[in-house]
Ligand binder design. Sequence first.
Ligand code: PMP
Length: 346
Amino acid sequence: MTKSPLSAPLPGWTSFSTDMPAAVGGTPLIRLRKASEATGCEIYGKAEFMNPGGSVKDRAALAIIEDAERKGLLKPGGTLVEGTAGNTGIGLTLVANARGYRCIIVMPETQSREKIDFLRMIGADLRLVPAKPYKDPGNYVHVSRRLAEEGGYVWANQFDNLANREGHRHTTAPEIWQQLDGKLDAFTCACGTGGTLAGIALGLHDAAQKAAVKAPHIVLADPEGSGLYGWVKSNDLSVQGSSITEGIGQSRVTANLDGAPIDDAERIPDPEALDIIYSLLIDEGLSVGGSSGINVASAIRTARKLGPGHRIVTILCDGGARYQSKLFNPEFLRSKNLPIAPWLDK
Ligand code: PMP
């Protein structure tokens, strides 16, 4: 039997944390058995759903808050404002609670009921707005920027605030490098702000350069309805199709994404991601959300392109419970003509 990733202390893990923010990061890297067996590669998922707020965005939230503290922008009792698909709002609100700040969270009303309820539960001052494209002044990002300007609050600005990707560059990337002893051939994940992909890509390049070895191949994973696949492949940001995944896909090159060393891209349709999400759950005991399905699908495609014997890492961004009303709701899936988890399809 292979050793459980929890059976030995992992690099970056301490036996206790001084407070909640200190418990962000240090997540296990889990070997994805079915994906590895199907491709003859070793495919690993970084279990970011194990962060205190339940997603990869805890890291960006903490990095942005600590950057604002260092710059003297955020003072005790201060207020933060952010536009978010939900997970950044959860991370920011929890870290703000721990540090004595207030949070105003602006979110498109189309995001999952579970994320909305959770944000209310943890005390966020939540403002739901209609979903509008980025070029519309009513888009949630612009609403949050205006609120910050009008109130004299700190705008987290996760899309264009480079503290986001620097957080990943200095925590997530070194953790992955250490966990695999520098032996990885490729990294892939999807982009919302681009902080996770760009930060990890830059951090892995830093580590490879330091070790004088070849940098891993970096692949952007994109859902349908996003412009980034076309941007990587042919410098064309135009969008086609749509996706039920949340928090990923983008119609512009954010400051966080700009300049990231990206070698290739994969565009993943929702049915391919959903089949993987169902298999991760029922065959491997891993409950993950939509973007994780897109990421693992991209890791499998990357493995097939590279051929057997390679090591590929991706991100398990958040947990499935955050999307029970969508990804695990037969009625919703049927209405979208999408595959339904067989054990739920009665
Ligand atoms: N997956 C989920 C579930 C998310 O909420 C987000 C962030 N919106 C991402 C992936 C993308 O992460 P990033 O913003 O770092 O690109």
